[in-house]
Write a protein that binds this ligand. Structure first.
Ligand code: FE2
Length: 243
């Protein structure tokens, strides 16, 4: 079953549900929404697993340290995986569903939604960064940003404001929504697919994302992310998939 067939037959909304290409996996060794689940076995669902980082743990230094990745990926992200598997074991979540099906069919906020969405958000977020990233993008994504924000500087301003003003824990996003790029922010585990938007880029502004490297300086974290870490190749591929 290919992705198109899966989306059609699963009855879920296609917009914004999937990474347009495979940055990682859904935690079961399957590309996110690219394939159907492994053969369903309600008695013994296949547990979700922590997807590996798409780079070495020291690859983002000095902007994002191995210690931060140890905690953020190895502890925080992993905890969401452990929690979701426990909910499946306890029959509080349907272990035959894909990650995206769990996100879209569960009460938000709620334990199943929170843990499933945070697995999706973090897997997406790791792919939004790369060594020697950041700066101003060129090509289609650069043109789309200029078209919809006026300039890259204006986009930066809007994205920074969203990330900075997200009160408490959450995420700032660049999304495609009805053929137009927009900046949004979400609280806690919430994510664009619930608003039928396609995620293109995100920054994690939970304190656990930046406290080891930046302490309380969220603004410095955001500036460094935009200047030195954004993987515009990933964003460009997401935009291509959104068309
Ligand atoms: Fe996080």
């Amino acid at each position: 079953m290919d992705r198109r067939e899966f989306l059609r037959t699963s009855g879920v909304i296609a917009v914004g549900l999937a990474f347009p290409f495979t940055p990682g996996c859904d935690g079961r060794g399957q590309p996110l929404a690219a394939t159907a689940n492994p053969p369903a076995n309600p008695e013994k669902p296949m547990p979700f697993t922590l997807p590996p980082l798409p780079y070495a743990k020291d690859a983002l230094a000095p902007h994002y340290s191995p210690e931060t990745l140890d905690f953020h990926h190895g502890k925080h992200h992993n905890t969401y995986v452990v929690n979701l598997n426990k909910l499946i074991d306890d029959k509080k979540a349907d272990g035959t569903k894909s990650l995206e099906e769990l996100i879209m069919s569960s009460d938000a906020p709620g334990p199943v939604f929170n843990n499933a969405a945070q697995i999706w958000n973090h897997t997406f977020f790791w792919n939004c960064m790369k060594p020697k990233g950041g700066g101003e993008p060129t090509g289609d994504i650069g043109a789309a940003i200029t078209r919809d924000f006026g300039s890259f500087a204006k986009f930066k301003e809007e994205f920074t404001a969203a990330a900075l003003t997200q009160f408490g824990s959450g995420w700032a996003w660049l999304v495609a929504d009805g053929g137009k790029l927009k900046v949004t922010k979400t609280a806690n585990a919430d994510l664009p697919m619930r608003a039928k938007q396609t995620a293109l880029l995100t920054i994690d502004v939970w304190e656990h994302a930046y406290y080891i490297d930046y302490r309380n300086l969220r603004a410095k974290w955001i500036e460094t992310f935009l200047t030195s870490l954004v993987n515009w190749d990933f964003v460009a591929a997401n935009l291509k998939g959104a068309k």
